[in-house]
Design a binder for this molecule. Sequence first.
Ligand code: HEM
Length: 121
Amino acid sequence: MTDTLYDRLGGQDAIGAVVDEFYDRVMADERVAYYFEDTDMQKQRIHQTQFISSVTGGPVEYSGAEMEAVHEGMGITPTEFDAIATHLDDALAEFDVGEADRQAVLEAIDSYRPEIVTASD
Ligand code: HEM
């Protein structure tokens, strides 16, 4: 049986560690950090870990809200989306995830771009 991307990333615990690094980077980036001012970051980290686990083929149920409903009305621009996606890519690299797997994660995430980006630059 072939490994899923989820397996190659090291499963849910490894993805959780990437997500912690990812949000540390997001919160240090003043271009986007203010979006999360009123967010319960503990819940956010749990939901994001579930979300990335499930979209990479893991046997994990995402228990948060739908992408469109969550980001509706935030007015997220393409540049802001790219900034967040780059932090995820950098967090994956920090954990030595190779180029091909990083690209596969980013492609999976990018498929949600139309539901998340609602403003123009
Ligand atoms: C890159 C792709 C993105 C993915 C996969 C993603 C995913 C998620 C997930 C899974 C949640 C949790 C929903 C819940 O708890 O029910 C969430 C919430 C949130 N997202 Fe995103 N997101 C993305 C991009 C962005 C961007 C670009 C911004 C802003 C610049 C943003 C701002 C937020 C905020 C502020 C919340 C929390 C809302 C609250 O406090 O309840 N997201 N996102």
